[in-house]
Design a protein around this ligand. Structure first.
Ligand code: SF4
Ligand code: SF4
Length: 432
């Protein structure tokens, strides 16, 4: 007989007419009516219970990972899967900055010590060789065009793409400020295998134009929105809104503009807390993890009634991020290799060079990343959202800062309730 127990990764909401369970490993959500809630209580009244394959409740719970074999240590299983994802040799990813030059002069980006240069022919050719060589036998290959502003050098993106076009299962995305993302360029990007674009908007025009500005201070907000109207016909566009205490309340007004420009439903949008990875936010204005989680939930609740759904119930993120995975490379315009996105252009942070691959893996800077343990803080071991958060940003942890918890640690229950409300009101609407 198969012995089972409840998963530690269940977020359980008991209410008057039943129970809702969200599992942070599978991302599954199960809502039980009163009758099934009683069955669930009875089934799980003891810490260990028997699995009945004929029982539909047990099957549903097992499918959602809400019950698991009683002899499994879930945190150990997560750590093993983390290692397989990071060192499993199946996929390779390349974040490439053809240039670190930018047409914007965002105050939080232009910093001392960063190098601003552009790939020459020699680096370009070696980047192509490097990708072709290191992606051999990988079943999945991904490229992120990054910068600086990568659209300043679409010509280099095209040349590199042509040099790696024989790679199978290859897909690309671009992180761009959106200023040059015209329809013509969006079509070109699509031809160059780019499917997704991430564009940052830092609030309504009066805020965005101060934070994400041209050297002459002219508008960028409306140029970007006009671009997105057409670009969204060719690429999946996700808007990132960086928020801190000074612009959070104004994030809703970005939605007003998306509606006005016919972009609601055409583009995705998510909030990201401005943080201090690179001291880009001064402490009093930055949200603490818990504060951001509260704001994120309020934002989702406020805007659900307007027809925008920002309810986020994530699931297992096995590899954390490319910084700690073996076959993930960030390549700058000099051919230097980095591990963390926030380090590109800082010579002292490089872990190797595409011109010297022999010495890239076993150097101290690289080993620091590859040897990273996701259970960096002992609290993470028993954390209910470990599958989602995986201990937080490795860079912040290695730097020796305080623990940075994912918003889901504080708002998973609220988000789940919100989802149930949205589902119930949709169902009520359909039955009306
Ligand atoms: S280490 Fe942190 S900052 Fe660097 S890429 Fe990973 S998540 Fe981002
Ligand atoms: S950093 Fe916080 S939220 Fe993330 S796994 Fe650790 S305790 Fe949980």
């Amino acid at each position: 007989m198969r012995k089972m127990k409840l998963s530690n990764y269940n977020i359980i909401d008991w209410c008057e007419d039943g129970v809702t369970i969200y599992n942070t490993y599978s991302g599954g959500v199960l809502g039980l009516n009163a009758e099934y809630t009683e069955k669930f209580k009875k089934l799980t009244e003891n810490e260990e219970f028997e699995y009945d394959p004929e029982d539909d409740l047990s099957q549903g719970l097992l499918n959602g990972n809400m019950i698991i074999d009683s002899n499994i240590d879930e945190a150990e299983a997560i750590i093993v899967q983390n290692k397989l994802a990071r060192f499993g040799n199946e996929s390779a990813s390349y974040t490439i900055a053809p240039t670190l030059e930018c047409n914007f002069r965002c105050p939080y980006c232009y910093e001392n010590g960063k190098r601003y240069n552009t790939m020459d022919e020699r680096v370009l050719n070696e980047t192509i060789n490097f990708i072709n060589k290191t992606s051999e036998n990988k079943s999945k290959v991904s490229v992120v065009w990054y910068g600086g502003e990568p659209l300043l050098r679409l010509d280099l993106i095209e040349k590199i793409t042509n040099g790696i076009k024989n790679i199978k299962n290859y897909q690309a995305q671009i992180v761009t400020n959106g200023y040059y993302l015209t329809e013509e360029r969006a079509i070109k990007l699509k031809e160059l295998n780019v499917k997704y674009a991430q564009v940052t908007i830092d609030g309504p025009p009066e805020i965005h134009n101060k934070r994400r500005c041209l050297p002459n201070g002219e508008d960028t907000f409306f140029v970007i929105l006009k671009n997105l109207q057409k670009a969204a016909d060719h690429l999946f566009i996700n808007i990132r809104v960086n928020v801190d205490k000074t612009n959070m309340k104004l994030a809703d007004r970005v939605l007003d503009y998306l509606e006005e420009y016919g972009l609601s439903g055409k583009v995705g949008l998510y909030l990201a807390p401005v943080d201090q990875v690179n001291d880009s936010c001064t402490a009093p204005n930055c949200y603490k993890d818990e504060e951001f989680a509260v704001e994120q939930t309020k934002f989702a609740r406020r805007n659900l009634s307007r027809g925008f759904n920002f309810i986020d119930l994530p699931n297992f993120n096995p590899s954390i991020c490319g910084a700690v995975s073996a076959d993930c490379y960030i390549i700058d315009p000099l051919g230097d290799i980095y591990k963390c996105w926030d380090h590109i252009g800082y010579a002292e942070e490089k872990v190797g060079s595409i011109f010297d691959t022999e010495n890239t893996v076993l150097n101290a800077n690289y080993l620091k990343w590859l040897g990273y343990d996701p259970i960096f803080y002992k609290d993470c071991h028993d954390c209910k959202v470990l599958p989602i958060c995986m201990g937080g940003c490795p860079y912040k942890n290695l730097k020796g800062g305080k623990m940075s918890c994912d918003a889901s640690k504080f708002n998973a229950m609220e988000m789940m309730k919100l989802l149930a409300e949205a589902y119930n009101s949709e169902a009520a609407g359909a039955n009306a």
